[in-house]
Design a protein around this ligand. Sequence first.
Ligand SMILES: [Zn+2]
Length: 149
Amino acid sequence: MSTIDDLKSQLDARKITFDPPSGTSERLKKELLGENEGTKVTALLQELILKISKLNNIRISSIIRDEGFHGSGRAFDIGNEEIAGTLLPIVATDDKVQQFKIDEIIFDAGVAGESDRNKWNYDAGKKHNFDTATLEKHKNHIHFSVINS
Ligand SMILES: [Zn+2]
């Protein structure tokens, strides 16, 4: 099966859903499957989303927008950030970041009760401490991006 077929199966199984549930969800679905107009997601991003959805049910809150790697189809946001404490210890490791071709992970781990707010954060595939302003913008979603392919 192709990545697209696998993603469609995950959508059918409600292992991938979209936030908010109405209005933009159809647009996000098209973006995920590469059926939208304009900038499209990269194959690597689709593969990352598929792999993550096999670890945890995810609710996607944003894919394509004019900001950072979202503008080049390399980033997506998880809106059900309450999974951070179970998902990120598995994914935010040097091994998985390399294997999944992750560039950035940005989330304020303080939301998940961690004292180190940058506990799971990566930039350019390396552990990274983002500044307070960036952390403040990543309390209600988990941001992932993949490397340039
Ligand atoms: Zn983002």
